[in-house]
Design a protein around this ligand. Sequence first.
Ligand code: GCO
Length: 264
Amino acid sequence: MSINLFDLTGKVALITGGTHGLGQAMATGLGKAGATLVINGASSQEKLDKAVEYYKSQGINTHGYLFDVTNESLVIKNIAAIEKEVGNIDILVNNAGIIKRTPLEDMEVEDFEQVIKVDLVSPFIMSKHVVKGMIKRKAGKIINICSMMSELGRNTVGAYAAAKGGLKMLTQNMATEWAKHNIQTNGIGPGYFATSQTAPIRVDGHPFNEFIINRTPAARWGDPDDLQGAAIFLSSKASDFVNGQVLYVDGGILATIGKPSNED
Ligand code: GCO
């Protein structure tokens, strides 16, 4: 008799920003592990419908909900609709995020606030309302998508680093407050991945592209599918006593001081 600690059959997983990139890759992994997917998008119904078609083409039971995760009344309305129309939310992945690359001395306050709102406040709003049902059911999984910038600074991404640093501590405090209800809250910290978000800095010959390949012990950019294992682990029974941790999936960036470009 084999037990599959990673089986998500019968579970409902809500992924914010699940229409593309890292969100889509992680959601696909959860779907392949058996979960029913609820994909949140905010930009357009057309983009959301296209994403839902993609998941269904992978044989995954999927539902799409278009709403702004920074708007608390829309979040409350949509979570109630999801739990009525699809089922209780067992897994919440707070993946939706934006980045604005501007030197801090030139950054407009409203741009700084927008990054904080989407990358830090929306995970709070989403979790605050999803966790109410999880507390009643004495079970739940919350995964906050952090970043290298939860640990490291970088020129031009100050607002993003502030948000992702805050998200790491919010994750730890959610775990502190909700673990007693058998709710596990953890983070995933992607390193540098080949996505539309990094496209501007991942161009052949672009100094940052060479820098990342040299700075990453794995000597490559991450493939979004590289995140599926961590997402399934932190959504499953296999992580029932893991709480308040950020699992960095970064090819070894945080493990090393790096090396000069002329060193193999
Ligand atoms: C950047 C990148 C990063 C990565 C990721 C690293 O401009 O430095 O876009 O923010 O996307 O968050 O973990």
